[in-house]
Design a binder for this molecule. Sequence first.
Ligand SMILES: C[S@@+](CC[C@H](N)C(=O)[O-])C[C@H]1O[C@@H](n2cnc3c(N)ncnc32)[C@H](O)[C@@H]1O
Length: 255
Amino acid sequence: MDVGTPTITGNDHGNSAYPWDSFNPAQYVQDNYATLIEDDRQILQMVRDFFIAHAPAPGAHGVDVGAGANLYPMMAMLPFCDSVTLFEHSRSNLAWLQTQLPNFDAIWEPFWAVLAAKDDSPYSGVDPRVEAAKVHVQPGDLFELERRHWDLGTMFFVAESMSERPEEFAGALERFVHALRPGAPFAAAFMTQSPGYSVGGIRYPAVSVTVDDVRQKLNPLVEEVDVQPVFSGQVVKAQYKGMILALGRAGAAID
Ligand SMILES: C[S@@+](CC[C@H](N)C(=O)[O-])C[C@H]1O[C@@H](n2cnc3c(N)ncnc32)[C@H](O)[C@@H]1O
């Protein structure tokens, strides 16, 4: 079999057509997080500073939607939360997440170090492996997320990287924001103009989005949002055009 060819058959290129249970988390980590690249470092710093400035009230419950095989969004929420839910659809990613809690691999230590580098902040003096005891994994489909439930949220490289359908990109953003209580701070990250991606030879989809696309879809859903490009100029893989970071606070979900 030519492992580089798409596994999609028929005309359905929507989210449910892709083999999420075959997603290879070890390969994905190797491809994307084995070394901390400058763009992720900048995102971590901006998310850290935004969450410090807009910290939720004590007792907060956080959610990382489509957590997959990335621990750094969860790490950014840790000091502000009584619990953090890693919400994920893929069975292989769910199993991988369980292996990382609470004793995550050393590969994630440089990511935590960026957060902890801010002196006299909620991150300093915290042992993330101790804090990770309050993290749990929840299987589910983000299109069925509970509404107005969480006080702090992240969704990284999911809305634009789960389907080829622009309406599913927009729908995922809406579900994510509406899963948060009105006013809840959030961070969401996106690949800029992604053509799709391969993990261990299996092709996964993308909707090609720009800063303006993200801003346009988020604006009606939020109380406030800042959307900006993050690109140090380092081309880390073929066709890489950088990332997009949205930092904001949820608006009221309309019933
Ligand atoms: C490109 S990966 C991003 C993983 C991780 N958040 C990161 O920052 O690297 C896309 C993730 O979305 C998840 N996903 C795909 N469809 C989903 C759905 N309907 N509901 C929840 N998660 C989904 C996949 O299993 C995968 O973990």
